[in-house]
Design a protein around this ligand. Structure first.
Ligand code: ZN
Length: 355
């Protein structure tokens, strides 16, 4: 009898343990799903690779589509506010601390709100990855004169580069931790793209940030490096066109050394292009100088911060109404994202998260 009771108690205890185990297991498998269901971030379409690079070009393309769906996104527009809000939501969902830097800009008797978005992770010297997220007010390069006053949809300029940052945010959250004494900032500049328009200029958002770093509690000495992305997602084709320096150029992704970057951060620039070659992208990352560009990195270079600009300036749809989503590819986004991911890994800013 006693033996039987003991056995019964033991069986009941075991059953209880098994049931607790089932509940725990259910909770475990439920958590990621419910978190995933709550956020609005696109679900990766590819299988996760077993080793780096983990950067997901397909998911980056979805982030570009998300921005383009808001329509043209010029400074001060409702569409840009909505885009900025969506960017902030995506960043916060993946555990980044987000701050904004807002200021008014007066042009032609009107005041426009300008908003830079800064996402932070880690502590210590800052590696800044940056892009603008506004689009140009007018398509003044459009071959059709009747369309030159229309706004630009800006799939490549600048949804592609902002999308790379958003995928970086996800990728870091999914696979990496930032090493001790390192910090990553993902910076989305407003008001980049209105040069040669009366009352306006280029790179207004980045110029403001570079000269108001104190508002963000930092000085130029706190920055290790800035990596800027601009027009980074152009799909490859077999067609050719005459590029802006009048040379025949294939329509497709091509990054040459940008001269301000090469002068100011030569080692970092060369290392990044070497990584691209090691990944087999030497046809798309050509280690030769081609253009000198006034871009969002320039105000930071002027503050003494080394900066590298990935800009594919040979883009036939630049500032036209044809800068649409069909001109981008996941493969192109994947290349540039992977190069920077491996750089951050090799320079010890990132380490693969212990499982
Ligand atoms: Zn532009």
């Amino acid at each position: 009898m006693l033996k039987g009771t003991r056995l019964l108690v033991l069986m009941l205890v075991l059953c209880g343990l098994v049931m607790i185990g089932v509940v725990v297991l259910q909770n475990d498998s439920d958590t990621p799903q419910s978190v995933r269901a709550q956020d609005n971030t696109p679900i990766p379409t590819d299988e996760t690779p077993e080793e780096p690079p983990y950067f997901d070009g397909e998911r980056a393309l979805e982030f570009a589509a998300m921005q383009v769906e808001f329509g043209p996104r010029p400074v001060g527009s409702e569409a840009l506010t909505q885009t900025g809000d969506a960017i902030i939501e995506a960043l916060e969902t993946t555990g980044w601390e987000v701050v904004t830097q807002e200021f008014p800009y007066d042009a032609n008797g009107q005041t426009y709100p300008v908003r830079n978005i800064i996402a932070k992770r880690g502590t210590g010297p800052i590696t800044m990855l940056a892009s603008h997220y506004d689009t140009r007010m007018i398509a003044d390069n459009d071959p059709d004169p009747l369309l030159q006053g229309d706004p630009v949809l800006g799939a490549n300029d600048a949804a592609s580069s902002a999308a790379v940052l958003l995928e970086m945010a996800e990728m870091v959250n999914d696979h990496y931790e930032i090493t001790e004494n390192n910090q990553i900032w993902l910076v989305f500049f407003d008001a980049e793209d209105n040069g040669r328009i009366p009352g306006w200029d280029w790179i207004l958002g980045s110029r403001y940030m570079a000269t108001h770093l104190d508002q963000l509690g930092v000085t130029p000495e706190d920055f290790n490096l800035m990596i800027l992305f601009d027009m980074v997602g152009e799909a490859d084709t077999d067609r050719e066109y005459i590029g802006f320096n009048m040379e025949t150029q294939k329509v497709g992704q091509q990054f040459y050394y940008e001269n301000n970057s090469l002068n100011n951060a030569p080692e970092q620039t060369e290392t990044l292009w070497q990584i691209a070659a090691e990944l087999g992208y030497e046809d798309h990352f050509i280690p030769q100088p081609r253009y000198t560009i006034t871009d969002d990195h320039l105000p930071f270079i002027q503050q003494g911060i080394p900066a590298v600009d990935f800009i594919d300036f040979d883009y036939p749809y630049w500032h036209t109404t044809s800068d649409t989503l069909d001109k981008l590819s996941a493969t192109s986004l994947d290349r540039v994202g992977s190069v920077v991911e491996i750089y951050l890994l090799q320079t010890g800013v990132l380490q693969v998260e212990a499982q």
